[in-house]
Write a protein that binds this ligand. Structure first.
Ligand SMILES: NC(=O)c1ccc[n+]([C@@H]2O[C@H](COP(=O)([O-])OP(=O)(O)OC[C@H]3O[C@@H](n4cnc5c(N)ncnc54)[C@H](OP(=O)(O)O)[C@@H]3O)[C@@H](O)[C@H]2O)c1
Length: 265
């Protein structure tokens, strides 16, 4: 597929950044250039749409599910209306987390919260000419994410309480963005693309502190103790049975992300 005329929505987000590195010929559009709750700006044309714009505040979606849906469902619909092949990223949070082995593409979604519901409805809004890439626990050197939060807290505190009863696969946006090229070789459809290996948030935090050389201790706490507003799946490891690209292990993602952080100005 020729990649001329590729646009990346949500270009200021962590995945948007990584996509612009993997697709240097693409044109990135931030929220200021295209607020995806509205139809595309007049005259915008594309040969391929990499739709990384999304409402990603999982707890905030419980307070404002309508605005979250305007972005995550309406936004996908507006991206699809451009009429170009479309890649949409969806989430492990479309599943309820009751399984204890990896979720595959044919497993029935049952989101626990408002964010997951908007992502599931967004999948449906993408239409026939789309790749739906479900991924999980994204982190990268920019934007707001768990890794950057831990590095900040680790620099401030001796000990951080981190949830130890949710299991998933922390996925480096650089690896996900690079794998998008392989996704484009597959037929349209839904694919699970997340890092190899799995861990709890507490395991991930410990690995971050160790890799960053921080002495910070991790106090393992429960989801109930942490008390977030939105329910989250206790287990949301993803695996593909449809030939989706395999990503490196999350520990390799952590190494690559810290190296990318070091290179930032
Ligand atoms: N983060 C995760 O752990 C995770 C896990 C699984 C799947 N995903 C999915 O992966 C995709 C990329 O997520 P991410 O982690 O890169 O998110 P992110 O860093 O929060 O980036 C999302 C971007 O979308 C922009 N945006 C929000 N509302 C918009 C609107 N109305 N119009 C245009 N742009 C808007 C945001 O702009 P502002 O900065 O101005 O708000 C932000 O730049 C999303 O579809 C997300 O649901 C994420």
């Amino acid at each position: 597929m020729p990649l001329t005329g590729t646009i990346v929505t949500g270009a200021a987000g962590q995945l948007g950044h990584a996509l612009l590195e993997a697709f240097p010929e693409a044109r990135g559009l931030t929220r200021l250039e295209w607020d995806v709750t509205h139809p595309a700006p007049a005259g915008l044309e594309a040969g391929l749409v990499l739709h990384a714009a999304a409402w990603t505040d999982v707890d905030g979606a419980e307070d404002d599910p309508q605005e979250a849906a305007a972005v995550n469902v309406g936004g996908v619909q507006h991206a699809a209306e451009l009429g170009a092949p479309l890649v949409v990223w969806s989430s492990d949070y479309v599943f309820d987390g009751t399984k204890r082995e990896p979720y595959v593409e044919s497993d029935a979604p049952r989101p626990l919260g408002a964010y997951g519901r908007t992502k599931l409805h967004g999948e449906a809004a993408a239409g026939e000419g789309a790749w739906i890439v479900r991924t999980s626990w994204l982190f990268g050197p920019t934007s707001t994410n768990f890794l950057r939060t831990m590095l900040r807290l680790g620099a401030e505190r001796d000990e951080v309480g981190v949830v130890d009863d949710q299991r998933g696969s922390p996925t480096y946006v650089g690896h996900l963005a690079a794998a998008t090229k392989q996704v484009l070789e597959l037929p349209y459809g839904t694919y699970h693309v997340a890092a190899q290996g799995d861990c709890t948030w507490a395991d991930f935090a410990e690995a971050i502190f160790e890799a960053a050389g921080l002495p910070t201790r991790v106090r393992r706490i429960t989801t109930a103790e942490f008390g977030a507003r939105a329910p989250r799946p206790a287990y949301s490891v993803l695996r593909s049975v449809k030939g989706a690209p395999e990503l490196p292990h999350w520990r390799e993602g952590l190494r690559d992300c810290l190296a990318a952080l070091d290179r930032l100005p």
